[in-house]
Design a protein around this ligand. Sequence first.
Ligand code: NAD
Ligand code: TDX
Length: 339
Amino acid sequence: MKILVTGGAGFIGSNFVYYMLEKHPDYDIVCIDALTYAGNLSTLKTALENPKFKFVKGSIADRELVFELFENEKFDIVVNFAAESHVDRSIENPEIFLKTNILGTQVLMDACRKYGIQRYHQVSTDEVYGDLPLDRPDLFFTEETPIHTSSPYSASKASADLLVMAYHRTFGLPVTISRCSNNYGPYHFPEKLIPLMIANALNDKPLPVYGKGENVRDWLYVEDHCSAIDLIIHNGRVGEVYNIGGHNEMANIDVVKLVLKELGKSEELITYVTDRAGHDRRYAIDPTKIHSELGWLPATKFADGIKKTVQWYLDNKSWWEEIISGEYQNYYEKMYSNR
Ligand code: NAD
Ligand code: TDX
């Protein structure tokens, strides 16, 4: 079996590469990644030592390169993680989100049509469903919840989902889509809530909480997302969407306080800042379908996962310190100064 993993130098893609190399040592894994600001080749250092792994630098939106890769490699399965993934950046500059997330997806599917594959899997997000009210804890996103996006990021991911389904219906492409809730764990880029708060706390810098910190996210340890995708690409039904989540909803402020507690840092570091425009209030996944059809259940409880994650950032300071010492400084200044 030969699998193309796109965006494998990013957070979830890299965790998936390691998961698959370990779980299926007989598989060949090829990764294509453009190495944008979010992609880091050092993340794949150990994988690069494995003869079953190959890395190609390039964009999924580069039709010529992608077609050449498909022609040479003859993939069985394609798992598309490659994306611009940060909501705040999509508010600043939507265009690259449309290019990578929509047009890049189209190029991959065109290559799948031309060269043939057993499965094209689109890694989507619960954000395509929009948000839920804070005062209705009885409501959850199911696969039937209408698409109702808030940010340019989620609109681009939803557009890609619609295109994936169109390629299935029109051209008979064997596709699946997964929509996961918020992930956390190793190699999470420090622009996102949990790693940003860990890095700032360790540097005794203010922790910028948007609005009142009341927005709710449904957190899943990244390895559990990887195990779900592994099940879907092997046993999931073609043409189906699977929601992934572990019923672990928390208000942002409680997540931030927990991170501070784990690090033994003071809550005085918390600073409330201007809210994100169009900020989704609550995400909450109903994972009944993937559980009942594929037997998937998350293995890591949040209390353990957050401990492991904090420890990983303590043990791998050089990984994130190098990131936040570069271009990230300009990003941080632009997004957070005078906020
Ligand atoms: P990330 O930003 O950490 O990584 C994205 C990777 O894609 C990077 O390595 C980047 O270099 C690469 N990339 C970007 N543009 C590319 C292009 N044009 N061609 C090739 N590679 C390109 O993102 P992540 O958090 O790992 O998210 C991975 C996927 O999972 C995304 O599709 C995202 O929408 C989805 N997702 C993320 C979460 C989450 O909580 N992080 C939750 C649900 C779904
Ligand atoms: O500095 C911050 N302060 C803050 O309060 C940041 C970066 C975030 N937040 C809040 C905004 C959100 O309510 O924390 C919550 C989580 O924010 P992000 O980490 O930016 O994630 P989110 O917007 O929920 O989107 C994530 O989950 C779904 C991923 O980034 C997406 O790629 C995925 O699709």
